[in-house]
Design a protein. Structure first.
Length: 180
């Protein structure tokens, strides 16, 4: 394999690492790690939000603090590298537990009971390599489908506490070295 192909594979791997870091930081509420996914001048369009990614982070924090558990899954991305720019499309499935009482508007207003929201969609990203690091320069979140249904836990609370996810230092993965 040529050195050029090895360098391209290393760039693709770093881009995928940023994408999984994004999901991990949302789901574990690690907002310092979330900020590291974006260039300072990055822009974002997803759901009800359009604007700088730095402001999206605040929007996401407010939203995540309002709802319960979240879980984001990514596909392997389709990407095209053009020097220090990468065009990346990746499919995602996201789960959100929406509490009965919420100040969230739209489909969540007056739901009366906890709901499970599943969203299938795509992240359409432009990554840029600056200062030797790949980060998101722009992101569009596209929803292809969603499903809202009554919450169901099917024995989840019967699991030992150490086998259930948590936020912050209480989570079993918190001590694993993270990229910042």
């Amino acid at each position: 394999m040529s050195l050029d192909r090895l360098a391209e594979a290393a760039d693709q791997f770093e881009i995928m690492a940023v994408m999984t870091q994004y999901c991990h930081s949302l789901d574990r509420r690690d907002y310092a790690l979330l900020r590291q996914c974006f260039h300072d001048d990055s822009v974002h369009q997803h759901g009800a939000f359009t604007g700088p990614s730095s402001e999206f982070i605040g929007f996401a924090i407010e939203l995540l603090n309002e709802i319960g558990a979240t879980h984001h899954h990514l596909s392997l991305p389709h990407m095209r590298l053009e020097g220090d720019v990468a065009h990346v499309e990746s499919y995602f499935v996201a789960y959100h537990r929406v509490p009965a009482e919420t100040s969230l508007s739209g489909a969540f207003a007056g739901i009366g009971a906890p709901q499970d929201l599943y969203i299938g969609g795509r992240y359409i990203d432009r990554f840029e390599k600056r200062g030797g690091r790949w980060k998101i320069a722009s992101r569009i979140g596209v929803h292809d489908w969603q499903r809202l249904s009554p919450a169901a836990d099917a024995g989840f609370d019967d699991l030992p506490a150490e086998q259930r996810g948590a936020y912050g230092p209480a989570d079993p993965a918190w001590g694993v070295p993270r990229r910042i």
